[in-house]
Design a binder for this molecule. Sequence first.
Ligand SMILES: Nc1ncnc2c1ncn2[C@@H]1O[C@H](COP(=O)(O)OP(=O)(O)OP(=O)(O)O)[C@@H](O)[C@H]1O
Length: 458
Amino acid sequence: MTDNFQVEEGAMLYSKSSAYQVQYLLGRGSFGEVAQCRKFATNENVALKVMRSWQCIEDAKSEEDILKQMKLSNCHLFNIVLWNDSFQYKKRYCLEFEKLDISLYEFLRKRRSMSLKLKEIRPIVQQLAIALDFLDVVDIVHSYGGTLQTLYYRSPEILLGNEFNGAIDVWSLGCIAAKMLTGNVLFPGSDEYDMLRHIILGIGAPPSHLLNAGMFTHEYFCATFREEGPPVWRFKTPREVRNSIKLFPRTIRSLRDLIKKSDKLSDKARVCDGDQESFLDLMTKMLMVDTAQRITPNQILQHPFITMSHLSGESKSCSLVKSCFGQSSDNKKDDDLEVASSSTAIPARQTENGGLSSDEHPTFAGQTAKKKRKRDGGKTTKKTPLLKRKRDQAKSCSSFGGSSSAKKRKTENLNEDLEDSVNTLLNETVEVPSKKRKRADEESCPEERSGRKSRKIN
Ligand SMILES: Nc1ncnc2c1ncn2[C@@H]1O[C@H](COP(=O)(O)OP(=O)(O)OP(=O)(O)O)[C@@H](O)[C@H]1O
């Protein structure tokens, strides 16, 4: 058996049931190359993912296990790519999928501004939330990007080395939604430290319970230990992290900056304002640094920005309102969402727009590093019965999105603690030539990816 198979135009591959001819390369991922191929048995075009090497066989097999499990649950009704078959050719393992249309990145690239309007972003966020909600139910963490989230979309809990669950994908979705609106990466960090700097400056510092429990916290924060009580954390200055560090300039000073630049035509201004505020509210909830407070995919689907409840009272003669509803119903038709919510193995779930009880709120200096780690979901290994999960979810959502004054105070304290180092950081920010920034943005280069592996799907 030789190992010399190359994914190139015209090359032939053979499974037990069909021959395939490579037409062209669709893309490359962490584990292999994906090519559009002609499948002779059915005479259709398919996407064939050819794993990089024999060493990737374990990754391929675990991906296949998840794909099989998802196919049985009618995943294609939830905006998840359909896997058809797997086979080994020469020393390469191959996964066959339905051929999809262009990627979101290609879609954005077709726009000169690389950005979309809110009414266009809405159905995309909705489609992705439907997929993430499905993964939540079947207990799979997707993780946008390679081994564990592409750097720009990496959540604070991954950066800090905390336990994680599907909430990391909601964080990434928030970052993607921001990029769709502005055309720019929301947190363009040059490395993990710079990512945290962008997050702290744009949104706020991680709560103490994340810092106390993070495996990598000490790489980015200094702890002051007191006689009593938990440590107080201070974000390190760039010089404390390493001798020379490249800091990329900030794109926003707060999430509100995201919507500041949008056009407002006078007659549509009120509707625009309402939609923008609603989008901003959703963004704030998707980008909660504290995992426990982050909106869930199911709650995203019930959020006014997605349901458009804030627009239903507006005059239907307003062209913007009309186009918003038009966009949404086109999307429903295209993606068969009604079928998805009514006739699948996974029942549609209820959402409670509540939040965390105050005793679960983060305290900056309130918990010790000894705090017992709690894995609340996460990997595919343990499946919780759906009913129990619903109950748990309802419990944890009983006051969702609530921002108690106590929490606010604590965040302010933390922000005060961070002020000094932040000021230093601001002064030290260096401009990066736009050409270079663009390249960094376009690439999801392997070195941007961290070492830990997640279970992932296409
Ligand atoms: N079914 C498909 N139809 C069309 N294009 C596809 C399909 N699957 C993958 N691609 C293209 O191939 C690229 C690589 O896909 P692959 O699944 O290997 O990696 P990925 O999910 O993008 O990234 P990674 O594996 O690193 O997380 C994708 O980014 C996409 O452009």
